[in-house]
Design a protein around this ligand. Structure first.
Ligand code: GLA
Length: 383
């Protein structure tokens, strides 16, 4: 990301002086999709694409925010009734409010920001924006009294309370805790986490963006309801169960008569997916990338046929990957569009990319986009 560019826009837009530059990344997730809000495991890593914001306290009680990419300027106060209408500004407002709720004395500031995480590609551009401001406001107004877990929760609460998205903790956690060269296995119930250095010798990790934009809010909500319905049915016999994380397929089977066929499928996917994260971690410890890849394909199948959050374009990209001998491939993130994540052997890379581009373009009339993944650091101050 171009720090000079953001700084020069800030200077131009405000009073000619500089503030402080903060950055936070988007994320990938190797495996563990829709498991976070089921108390399960995820396996994300931060990427080298994210959000960059220049921020300077302005001595007033107003936030003056400029989106460089959208060329849009919004000014708002810090009280609940001052909520801005522009959706991008609501992220910043939400973070301010959530920090205030946690005892940080947020005051007015000027800010300009830009990003290079593709929007709607399933790489968590919104979490990157939230983490940038949560991290910055903690430094500028909070004497760093909020710990990193709570900063991630500030972002998540912003989604819940100000953006209408009932998401889990994965995206914001990865954006705050990211570490160059490592994926993070996170237990979303206990928030225990472990870094796994990820340098798959002889392989590349690449994202293929279908450029189909996703609409997460309502569909994600329905999936969550299905998971909760399955848990409620299982609890009748197993009262200790809190999340699908605590359930086995045998327990789900017992409850089959009490839930809809659709809820059963959703729960089956989640129970299997939580186990797949653990299997992948075990395989990685043995450098067994064939097993990692096999699990990724299983995830795609589950997301497409059981959780039903894929789409024609993503299924097509997944089929292409299979056809060209890609080791592992699956839809990444919430689904309904965005990217597939692909683990590709070096020697197969060029042919796969060429063929996938050609056949995708021929079928859908537009090209996919390609991003090579560089696993990078989380939220930070740049200067
Ligand atoms: C979105 C949500 C996350 C997670 C993923 C699916 O990115 O924000 O919390 O549920 O979808 O794994």
């Amino acid at each position: 990301m171009d720090t000079e560019y953001v700084r020069s826009r800030f200077i131009k837009h405000f009073d000619g002086t500089t503030g402080f530059l903060y950055a936070s990344p988007g994320r990938i997730n190797l495996i563990g999709e829709h498991t976070d809000y089921n108390g399960g495991f995820v396996f994300p890593g931060a990427v080298d694409k994210g959000m960059l914001a220049e921020i300077k306290p302005n001595g007033t009680d107003k936030v003056r925010a400029y989106s460089i990419d959208l060329k849009d300027y919004v000014e708002f106060g810090l009280n609940e009734e001052d909520a801005p209408r522009a959706s991008w500004a609501r992220y910043i407002f939400g973070v301010c409010r959530e920090m205030i709720k946690r005892g940080v004395d947020v005051k007015g500031f000027n800010t300009a920001f830009a990003g290079d995480v593709p929007l709607g590609a399933g790489m968590s551009s919104s979490a990157a924006l939230e983490s940038t401001y949560a991290f910055a406001l903690n430094e500028l107004f909070g004497e760093n009294k909020i710990d990193k877990f709570e900063l991630a929760k500030v972002g998540q609460a912003t989604e819940h309370n100000y953006c209408g998205v009932n998401c889990g903790i994965m995206d914001q956690f990865a954006s705050v805790f990211g570490k160059a060269g490592s994926l993070i296995r996170l237990d979303c119930r206990s928030l225990e986490y472990q870094y796994f250095p990820f340098h798959p010798e002889g392989y590349r990790l690449v994202l293929m963006d279908s450029v189909v934009k996703h609409e997460l809010a309502s569909s994600a909500y329905k999936r969550r309801q299905s998971c909760e319905a399955a848990v409620a049915a299982i609890q009748k016999k197993h009262p200790h169960v809190e999340f699908l994380r605590d359930c086995t397929m045998a327990m789900l089977e017992e409850a089959k008569a009490d839930i809809s066929a659709e809820d059963y499928m959703r729960a089956e996917y989640v129970i299997e997916e939580i186990q797949r994260v653990l299997d992948v971690c075990e395989a990685l410890e043995k450098d067994d990338y064939e097993t990692v890849g096999k699990k990724m394909y299983e995830t795609h199948h589950g997301m497409s046929k059981l959780y039903e959050v894929s789409c024609e374009e993503l299924d097509f990209l997944n089929d292409c990957a299979k056809e060209y001998g890609v080791t592992g491939s699956r839809v990444m993130g919430g689904g309904f569009g965005g990217c597939t994540i692909n683990l590709v052997k070096e020697e197969k890379y060029d042919a796969f990319i060429k063929e996938a581009f050609e056949s995708y373009t021929a079928k859908f009339g537009h090209e996919p986009k390609l991003y090579n993944v560089v696993i990078s650091d989380g939220a930070r101050k740049l200067c």
